[in-house]
Structure formats: structure tokens, C-alpha cells
Design a protein around this ligand. Structure first.
Ligand code: FES
Ligand SMILES: [Fe+2]
Length: 456
């Protein structure tokens, strides 16, 4: 998809570099951007994590600068944009973003803040428009981000140049099989390279259907008390909690009423471990299947084996969990894709979509949607268990002594290897390996100057 050098209309796009040059144009005292060395908070070899990374405001502020301002962040699904002017508003970290389709059908993303006095330019969640007009004083911007109308423009100085006051554009917007990601770093490595072997695990959800995927309905949004990393880390690495945390939900779903096996760790499977911080875990079974009966009956598993390979069908295609670093996660079995939006160190806003295959008949799509809502919707029987655990961790992390006691990520230390079946390095299903890798990458980029700090 698009990047700035791929601009179809020189007219409108030529304004963006001038506008983006405004980022950081006014010098600030260094105190406001002081970064700390976070290497002592993460012992990825020893498997220890310092709880300060969850509730320390200075660390959270540094994450905005060095994690969210420089990583590939999920913005939206391509099926949300059908014609020029369709738009969707979201966040990159705490930065508000408008994602829209311009006149040439290119997907573009802008900072959702008026260039005049900074009010949120577009307040709707989604819709269609020809112009984005500010509700404060009426400056209006076209779909290419260009400032078109300034009421009482004649009163501005002669050198007032509207080209310099375009919307700030996210310079790097790329797509992977329907998922649109944005990156503020114009020199970031391409999305596909940043995903690396994670693509294989994503394909098991995104590439089952030659027609691809689409999202159904709108976005479910809810708040949780907790730090965004608690959720992202769990989806990267944690099958360990399933039989314990979700025991009552598993009992409800059990056809015999017996519920989960009495052992906590009873299922064979693998966990993908990425040096870029991604992670995915999945049970493996020759008869892996989708849980919702109409979805299970819809699929031709032999065809899927031909398309994706036996290992994908017997592993990551159905039951499992995954995180694309830093804050995009998904569950293939029910098509839940979600972003953990950070809202301060102690709060997450969860945004969740239902993803289905385009070719599915409507009744199968609907069955998947209902299964999604019942299990991992805002009041889903599994979702509530997970949020409760994260909130409990966060609620006590402010205690002085509590905060000084490190957390344990030692399961499966040294187990990461190439297993000859699944791409990249994998560990056991019950392992903290992807969690250790998530925090190792987090610490690495927290300690590395980002694009906005270069050449200063
Ligand atoms: S703040 Fe948008 S026009 Fe004034
Ligand atoms: Fe869970």
C-alpha cells in the first residue's frame, strides 16, 4: 500500500513533508524528554521483570516516545474502506489518528488534531466525508490532508502559506493481508520485515480463504484497569493460565460437563518466539477444529491442509493466541482481533473487531460473530477472567514493597529452538519464552533513540 514516495497526486501530497516538518519545530527543554536506561528493569536471560515498568509514569511517557512513536501499529482493516472519503478514527499510542481513503483510493492516516488550535478534528468513530471541517473555527482539510479553507484568511500575514498547515500525515502506512499498520518512522524497516516469521502464524488466520478476510459490524470498545503490556504479553506467551483462570468457562463449554482436565499443563503445543517481540502459542492436534459448530462444518479441512500445510492446520489455524509487538493481538478460533490502546500507565482501552473469511455464507459469519461475543466479547465468559487478572496485578503494583518484588518469567528458559516444523524459534506451549522476548525487545527499543531524536 501507500508510502509518501508513492504519492499519486503530486499536488496534494507535496504539502505533507512541509507540514510534517512542523513536528518538534519548537525547541523544548531536555527535561521534558529525558529518557532513562531501562535495562535494569528487564532481566530476559534470568526471567525477571521489575514491576515498575507497569506503573511508573516516566516509563510510560518514554514508551510514547520510543515504542508507540516508532513501531508498526495496527490501524484498521481494509474492509472498513470501500470508497473515497470513508474514514475511521483510532489511536497510535495516545496520538489520535484519522484513517481515510483518498480520491485515488489510497489509504492514508493523519494526526486527528486541527492545525489551528489543536482541537480533535474528527470526532466520529467512522463514516464518510468529502472534507474534515474543524468544529472550533472552521478550518477545513481535504482527503489528502491539505488545508483548503481558512475563514477570514485575509487577516493572516502575507507569508501565511496553507501548504505549511496541512494535516500531519503518518508517513508510513502499509498493509499485510487486509491488516493496515502505520508507523511514524519514515525510515522504519518495511512491515513485512518487521513481522518476519510471524507472517506464517498470521497467515493461518488471514489466508484460509483465497478471497481474504473482512471485519463484521463495528468495533467493541471497553476499558480495563491495568497496563497495556499485561494484556499484550499474555496474548504473546500465556497458555499457562487457561485451565486455571478459565476453569468455570471451560466447564460451561464442556459437552460432558466435566470441564478442563485436572492438570494445569495438559496440552501439547508450541509457542513461537520472535526477536522482534511478537509471540504466538497454540495447542497441536491432528484433529484441531473450530469451536463454533457452523464454522467447523463449513470448513473443508483437507483443502485447508493443501492451502496452508499440515502444521498450520494442526496448530496455529484454530485455537491459540498471538501478539504482534507492541499492542495488536488476535485469537484465530473466534476471529477476535484487538488493539490494547494505552490510556495512561494504569488503564487500557480494548478495541476489538470480529474477523471472518470473506467467502463464508452469512449464517456462518454470524455464528462466528456470536461465538466471538460469547467467549471474548466485552462480557464474554473468557474475556472477563483475563481482565480481572490484569486489574488485580495493577491494583497492588503501587505498594512500595510490592513494587520492589520482581515477577517470574522463568518457565522454559533455554527451551527456545528451531523445531523443524514451525518457522522461526519455538518453545513449549507452556513457557514464558515469548514473554521474555517481548520484554527484551521492549527494553532494546526503549534504550534506542527514535527517528525524532536523530540528528539533534
Ligand atoms: S482549532 Fe480548528 S479551526 Fe480553530
Ligand atoms: Fe485467557
Amino acid at each position: 500500500m501507500s508510502t509518501a514516495d508513492n504519492c499519486p497526486s503530486a499536488d496534494s501530497c507535496s504539502t505533507q513533508p512541509e507540514a510534517n516538518a512542523s513536528i518538534g519545530r519548537m525547541n523544548r527543554p531536555e527535561e521534558l524528554n529525558r529518557n532513562m536506561d531501562v535495562s535494569t528493569f528487564v532481566d530476559s536471560n534470568g526471567g525477571l521483570i521489575d514491576r515498575a515498568i507497569y506503573n511508573e509514569p516516566a516509563i510510560y511517557a518514554q514508551e510514547q516516545r520510543r515504542i508507540f512513536a516508532r513501531s508498526w501499529l495496527f490501524l484498521a482493516h481494509t474492509s472498513q474502506f470501500k470508497k473515497p472519503g470513508d474514514f475511521f478514527t483510532t489511536f497510535m499510542g495516545e496520538d489520535p489518528i484519522i484513517v481515510t481513503m483518498d480520491k485515488t483510493k489510497k489509504i492514508r492516516a493523519y494526526l486527528n488534531s486541527c492545525r489551528h488550535r489543536g482541537v480533535r478534528l474528527c470526532r466520529a468513530d467512522a463514516g464518510a466525508t468529502k472534507m474534515f471541517t474543524c468544529s472550533y473555527h472552521g478550518w477545513s482539510f481535504d482527503l489528502a490532508g491539505a488545508l483548503k479553507t481558512v475563514p477570514n484568511e485575509k487577516a493572516y500575514p502575507e507569508d501565511f502559506d496553507k501548504n505549511k498547515w496541512s494535516l500531519i500525515e503518518v508517513p508510513n502506512v502499509q498493509e499485510y493481508k487486509g491488516l493496515i499498520f502505520g508507523n511514524w518512522d519514515h525510515e522504519a524497516e518495511p512491515l513485512e520485515e518487521a513481522l518476519g516469521d510471524m507472517r506464517y502464524y498470521m497467515d493461518a488466520m488471514l489466508d484460509r480463504d483465497p478471497e481474504g478476510t473482512e471485519v463484521m459490524g463495528g468495533v467493541m470498545k471497553w476499558e480495563l484497569d491495568g497496563n497495556w503490556k499485561l494484556a499484550a504479553e499474555q496474548f504473546a506467551t500465556d497458555w499457562y493460565h487457561v485451565n486455571m483462570s478459565h476453569a468455570s468457562a471451560l466447564m460451561v463449554l464442556s459437552p460432558t460437563g466435566k470441564g478442563p482436565k485436572p492438570e494445569i499443563a495438559a496440552t501439547p503445543g508450541r509457542q513461537f518466539v520472535s526477536e522482534n517481540g511478537h509471540g504466538a502459542g497454540f495447542p497441536t492436534h491432528p484433529k484441531s477444529r473450530f469451536d463454533a459448530r457452523p464454522v467447523h462444518e463449513y470448513y473443508d479441512y483437507e483443502m485447508l491442509r493443501e492451502r496452508l500445510g499440515d502444521a498450520a492446520v494442526e496448530g496455529p489455524m484454530t485455537t491459540g493466541h498471538a501478539t504482534v509487538f507492541p499492542n495488536f493481538s488476535y485469537l484465530p478460533v473466534n476471529g477476535s482481533i484487538r488493539v490494547w490502546h494505552p490510556k495512561g500507565p494504569n488503564k487500557i482501552e480494548v478495541w476489538a473487531w470480529v474477523l471472518v473469511d470473506k467467502s463464508m455464507p452469512d449464517d456462518v459469519k454470524d455464528a462466528q460473530r456470536l461465538y466471538n461475543l460469547r467467549t471474548f466479547g466485552p462480557s464474554g465468559i473468557f474475556e472477563a477472567d483475563d481482565g480481572e487478572n490484569w486489574s488485580e496485578i495493577q491494583a497492588i503494583s503501587g505498594g512500595f514493597v510490592t513494587n520492589r518484588v520482581p515477577l517470574n518469567f522463568q518457565m522454559g528458559i533455554g527451551s527456545e529452538r528451531e523445531d523443524g516444523v514451525y518457522p522461526g524459534k519455538t518453545s513449549e506451549l507452556y513457557s514464558d519464552a515469548a514473554g521474555r522476548a517481548f520484554y527484551k525487545h521492549w527494553a532494546k527499543i526503549m534504550n534506542t533513540p527514535a527517528w525524532h531524536e536523530r540528528n539533534k
